[in-house]
Design a protein around this ligand. Structure first.
Ligand SMILES: [Zn+2]
Ligand SMILES: [Zn+2]
Ligand SMILES: [Zn+2]
Ligand SMILES: [Zn+2]
Length: 347
């Protein structure tokens, strides 16, 4: 871009323009732009989420030039731009996932119960968890966990068990859960499941010591984990939770989540939750989404979060008139993310 044409009051990240510099400064204070935001491979515009990047590229009101290039050699799943049509074809084959062998594995695994969870020192750093609920209460609206599954990063089943709830089950929702009363009669009691999962996640680390990065405690991946953990009565620190329902780049808006069904179709390219649903399928989809987000190549920063103590004063420590003298690029350079980007788990 020709520097002489760059408007002085144009945000270097989202390209919004402001009449006055002070308004751009104000915008930068509250926007938390960073290298971790989804970025358009053509014009370099940063978006809050992949959803808004998708709109920018595909519509309904796309940016014409970016749309043209994207239609030619952009991947509609991960939204990256490839160097040629050919490169796109090769990339697209790898980017598009399917149930593949998991359909088989799922059916096979369904035959047996695997309820022996070990605390170990293997490098199973991230695990995905999902539950299947049955209904309690007169109308079945009380969610009771009846089946739980945990997998590792390679989609191997680590734990899979029916769970005997503490309350009477009134609705089995067989058509979607595939769960029958006799499966739960002698199943592992909730208390026991809770203890096993709690110990497995902490992996010998005292809860108070658990931090976002490092340590022995495991990273817990899932979709809507709050609800699952509440039903399982497991307490786990938020710093170790990677939830595809609450991850800003994957959300519809800042408050509204996307369904896992939608995310799997849009970002991985296949359908889930058709007919009878198994928590294994959900574990696999969330783990794949997590790994995709984690493998994004973002610039390494020493203190990537706005909440890191070292960044506390990034904007506050400057006088307003000093900030107003900075170029849009300089303002962006001192701006930090307000969410924990999963690429940081790679380090
Ligand atoms: Zn902006
Ligand atoms: Zn990142
Ligand atoms: Zn663009
Ligand atoms: Zn792709």
């Amino acid at each position: 871009m020709d520097l002489s044409e760059t408007p002085r009051n144009k945000c270097a990240a989202c390209y919004r323009q402001f009449n006055r510099k002070e308004h751009l400064v104000e915008h930068m204070r509250i926007s938390y732009h960073s290298v971790h935001e989804p970025i358009c491979g053509i014009c370099g515009k940063r978006s809050r989420s992949f959803e808004s990047l998708r709109e920018h590229l595909i519509g309904p009101l796309p940016k014409a030039e970016c749309e043209r290039v994207f239609r030619e050699r952009g991947c509609d799943l991960c939204l990256t731009i490839l160097s040629s049509r050919n490169a796109l074809r090769v990339h697209r084959d790898a980017c598009q996932l399917s149930h593949g062998n998991n359909g088989l594995l799922y059916r096979f695994a369904n035959l047996g119960i695997q309820d022996d969870l070990r605390i170990d020192n293997t490098n199973t750093r991230a695990v995905a968890l999902a539950c299947k609920m049955v209904g309690g209460g007169s109308d079945g609206s009380l969610d009771l966990c009846a089946k739980v599954c945990i997998i590792d990063e390679y989609e191997n089943i680590l734990f899979r068990s029916y769970v005997k709830p503490c309350f009477p089950v009134t609705h089995y929702w067989y058509e979607t859960t595939g769960i029958r009363p006799e499966y739960l009669r002698d199943a592992m009691p909730l208390r026991q499941v809770q203890r096993k999962i709690q110990d497995f996640l902490c992996n010998g680390e005292p809860v108070w010591k658990i931090r976002a990065r490092g340590g022995k405690a495991r990273i817990l991946v899932g979709h809507g984990l709050d609800h699952y953990l509440r039903c399982l009565e497991v307490e786990y620190p938020a710093s170790k939770i990677r939830d595809t329902a609450n991850y800003p780049p994957l959300m519809k808006t800042s408050k509204l989540s996307n369904s896992l069904k939608y995310l799997t179709k849009a970002y991985l390219g296949y359908d889930i939750q058709m007919g009878m649903q198994d928590p294994y399928e959900e574990c696999v989809a969330t783990m794949r989404l997590y790994k995709r987000m984690r493998s994004q190549a973002h610039r390494n920063e020493n203190y990537p979060l706005a909440s890191d103590p070292q960044n506390k004063n990034n904007f506050a420590s400057w006088r307003q008139n000093e900030l107003e003298r900075m170029s849009p690029d300089e303002l962006l350079a001192i701006s930090r993310s307000d969410f924990y980007c999963w690429c940081l788990d790679y380090a």
